[in-house]
Design a protein around this ligand. Sequence first.
Ligand SMILES: NC(=O)C1=CN([C@@H]2O[C@H](COP(=O)(O)OP(=O)(O)OC[C@H]3O[C@@H](n4cnc5c(N)ncnc54)[C@H](OP(=O)(O)O)[C@@H]3O)[C@@H](O)[C@H]2O)C=CC1
Ligand SMILES: N[C@@H](CC=O)C(=O)O
Length: 418
Amino acid sequence: MSKHRQLVIGMFGFGVVGEGLYRVLEQTPSLSAYIKKVCIKHPDKKRNAPSSLFTTDKDEILQDEEINVVVEVIDDANAAFDIVKTALLNKKDVVSSSKKMIAEHLQELLELQQKTGRSFLYESSACASIPAIRNLEEYYDNDLLHSIRAIVNGSTNFILTKMFDERLGFREALLLAQQQGFAESNPTLDVEGYDALNKWTIFLCHAYGIVTTPDQILFTGIQNIHKSDAAVAKSRGQQIRLVAQAKKLVEGGVAAFVLPQFVTADNPLSFVRNEYNGVVIESGFADQQFFYGKGAGSFPTASAVLSDLSALRYDYKYEYKKLYHHEPNQLNDDIYLRVYVSFSDIKFVPTDDFEWIEQWHAQEDRKYLSGVIALLKLKKNPWWKENGTSLILEPDSILENIEERRLKKKSLELAGLL
Ligand SMILES: NC(=O)C1=CN([C@@H]2O[C@H](COP(=O)(O)OP(=O)(O)OC[C@H]3O[C@@H](n4cnc5c(N)ncnc54)[C@H](OP(=O)(O)O)[C@@H]3O)[C@@H](O)[C@H]2O)C=CC1
Ligand SMILES: N[C@@H](CC=O)C(=O)O
């Protein structure tokens, strides 16, 4: 039997994830890995580990030839990219959980991996404890992966659960998410959907070979969801979730976006509560599969970092199969979405932008409508993020070709039935 190599780790960051990994490694002696040095930012903070372990000088890790693995788990995306780049160029393998950094530098990171031949693994960066990236990378053939729908942000799911199932206020729910180590240092990243968007940028690469940047994808978070939206969901027997979606289109390409959605009771995502994440995959022959697990927090995230470290012992690398060994896909925005919009005044809603409006409730203080609108129109004009307006996808939201429906609607109108 071949002997696995010894991993000598230099770690950047000793916060929720870093300290979690330190504890997890203490309990996993079989891994043959030890942390030689930890670089942190604030030397005066009290640490639950020997002070000789810590430094603020990054070169004590990056220039140490004995250290063969860098674990980067810091909360500063710019500094993280410099660290990862230097580590790879210095011939070290790297494990990272910094999804913002990865999503914003995906192309450069792909080039660095090709240039250096080193492993760069980041399972913990998206859906924390769920082994989603490696699954998408290894298991599904490009042609078979029809769609993915996922809850990829633990904090927003936690806040929605606490607010709507347990009647907590938004601030209180967010504070709890922060106290439990789920939220980003800047929680706007969670609440306004940026974190889910960054994770989705990473997923698109491993699922469909799409290398894009977060600014290309339509998204929002849960910041505008109103109490009355929750009441509508309840009256319909549905839940509101922040859902990231990607779907292969009949006409070619992949539609992708991150938006709140009403999910019906038979949708597996409706069972996902608190900081849990869930991923629903529709594929050619397997039909539907559902992955479920904790999407944030110290040990769940450290468990994915640990799994990457374990994979390094046998020199595992992402091959980016969908990108390099298949015909990569392109994003395709040419779809229509069935949306619900709630608002305080109709003047904030450009109703002419809609293909058609299916429902309209104007009696209450808070008004709402449901209708069909082109994704490109939502991209072009962000009225639906402004003035407290709330946009939530209807359960079956994607329409690829609306011509047939337009004709049907026209004939019903002509027959006086609409
Ligand atoms: N928390 C979670 O559930 C998850 C987090 N992530 C990601 O993991 C990363 C870390 O998150 P988390 O542990 O929660 O963050 P924390 O805020 O708990 O910890 C951040 C750590 O980074 C250190 N740090 C910041 N800048 C530097 C720098 N320039 N050089 C060295 N150290 C630095 C801080 O040092 P100091 O202690 O001195 O302040 C701190 O130890 C983030 O990118 C986050 O998005 C990914 C999945 C889940
Ligand atoms: N802030 C993130 C942490 C994990 O990625 C989340 O809430 O999902």
